[in-house]
Design a protein. Structure first.
Length: 327
């Protein structure tokens, strides 16, 4: 059939039928629009979380706004430390479970005595807390990343690693994956530490208190660098740590725990593949433990009165380094 023929055919259709066809087209369009809207909303549902946006949307400067600076259209935040003050910020929402991360560039050159703390914290009396603490160092000497886990007010679970890159020349991603079964500390998506749910051993696990994401830059020269022997050299101030590209893919529980604590919440981080470390991830964790760990509370025999805390074997990729680590 040619185009002309088609037009002829159309003309032959009676008026009442054309009207009906018109109605059907309108109805079809409406249904199509609804279907498209539903598909789009389903497709973007898991992207509702805040990704790398403007800091002012999801964070508040909670300490010394006059020692912070926003740049890159509000998508980069810098914290300053000088003799007058350090500074810090926190997320507006508190979260219970999820994946939280941010790209950070640490204080360059002589950062001795400075501490850049980056942590989840619940503000409650018997608080929960997941810590990354970056301990500065003299120019050219390695930063130490100290991690710790507090559950129901109990911490004292420090681990320290050296990083396998210079954290001051580029942004690197630091984050946690936190669900009912485990907490994985990640550096550039490599697991550096895992803390499993050991409630079956009578040990508290962070699963009842929503936590905000915090970060601050402060003077820690009483203890941070070489046990406090190296002090801050203020002639090198201001010290600056930079942040960008945050991901808060987590369940907001600021007002109520219920939706996040519900066992039927069934978020992506509740899926089986996130309940334990895969064999590949275990290998990566073992690589970190064997090559970069410089302190592990698990092997601090003096502190533990000659015992290994019961959770330690579960929380390691098989390397406790009992003999090789400094006490
Ligand atoms: C900057 O803020 C800090 C902390 O709030 C305060 O102690 C200090 O006086 C402020 N400095 C100036 C120059 O306003
Ligand atoms: C948390 O600690 C408090 C006081 O130390 C204790 O009474 C409570 O049972 C603990 N809760 C859990 C879940 O371990
Ligand atoms: C700083 O550098 C010294 C010398 O390399 C090293 O012993 C120490 O572990 C480093 N880190 C800190 C935080 O002291
Ligand atoms: C080790 O013993 C000391 C002194 O008895 C005690 O205060 C401390 O809590 C013990 N530490 C551990 C981890 O059991």
């Amino acid at each position: 059939m040619t185009e002309a023929d088609t037009k002829q055919e159309a003309k032959k259709v009676p008026a009442w039928r054309r009207k009906k066809v018109g109605c059907c087209i309108v109805l079809g369009c409406i249904i199509l629009i609804i279907v498209i809207a539903v598909v789009i909303s389903v497709a973007t549902k898991h992207k509702k979380h805040a990704v790398g946006g403007e800091f002012s949307k999801d964070f508040t400067v909670s300490w010394a706004p006059n020692h912070t600076r926003l740049s890159n259209h509000g998508r980069r935040l810098e914290l300053f430390l000088d003799p007058e003050s350090g500074s810090g910020f926190k997320s507006n929402n508190a979260f219970l479970f999820g994946s939280i991360s941010m790209d950070i560039k640490l204080v360059p050159a002589d950062s001795a005595g400075t501490v850049t703390a980056y942590y989840l914290f619940s503000e409650a009396a018997n608080h929960d807390e997941l810590d990354f603490e970056f301990l500065g160092n003299s120019s050219g000497e390695p930063y130490i990343l100290q991690t710790n886990v507090f559950a129901n007010g109990t911490g004292e679970r420090e681990q320290r690693i050296n990083l396998w890159f210079d954290p001051t020349t580029d942004y690197h991603r630091y984050g946690v994956l936190w669900n009912r079964r485990q907490i994985v500390f990640l550096v550039d998506d490599l697991p550096i530490r895992v803390f499993t749910n050991n409630e079956d051993m009578g040990m508290a696990y962070p699963n009842q208190q929503p936590m905000r994401l915090y970060s601050s830059l402060w003077n820690g020269d009483k203890w941070a660098t070489q046990g406090g022997r190296v002090k801050i050299d203020w002639t090198h101030a201001p010290f600056i740590a930079s942040y960008q590209n945050y991901h808060l893919d987590a369940c907001p529980a600021t007002d109520s725990l219920a939706p996040c604590a519900s066992p039927v919440a069934n978020q992506w981080w509740d899926q089986p593949e996130y309940q334990t470390l895969s064999a590949t991830k275990q290998d990566k964790l073992r690589w970190v433990e064997q090559n970069y760990m410089v302190y592990n509370y698990c092997s601090d025999m003096k502190r533990n009165n000659g015992t290994v805390p019961s959770e330690c074997t579960r929380n390691s990729a098989g390397f406790l380094g009992l003999d090789s680590l400094p006490h």
